[in-house]
Design a binder for this molecule. Sequence first.
Ligand SMILES: [Zn+2]
Length: 132
Amino acid sequence: MHRWLKAHLKTTFPALFIDDALEISIGNGWVPLLHRLCFALTRLDCPVAFGQIKEKFGGLRAYLVGEQAAAYELEGHAELESDLVCEQCGEDGRAALDGPGGLWLLTLCVDCLDAGSTDGRQRVWDVGEDSA
Ligand SMILES: [Zn+2]
């Protein structure tokens, strides 16, 4: 994620970004999704903040600090939505495999899958075990 986008989120939603050392390790394509999550969390008017924001198993993970079930529900919705959005550009995405032997699960669009396959790596769609 571009450092200016991080700064913008931290400035716009200071209550959610109380940890100055918080790492946000996601692609720019998920920024609108994260922005909507931040907006929804601030509307809850409850004391929650981000503990970590990253990509895991191809999806957005925005770990929260605080005890609010509604906040965790919102984070769960964002997590599910991220499975359908390209992490790199924000277009419609789906599960893909990257790295030697398909080690890493990513969520990508067609263009980003093709672009990532040209630099010596092979990216392929994750067809799942049931479709093999
Ligand atoms: Zn893309």
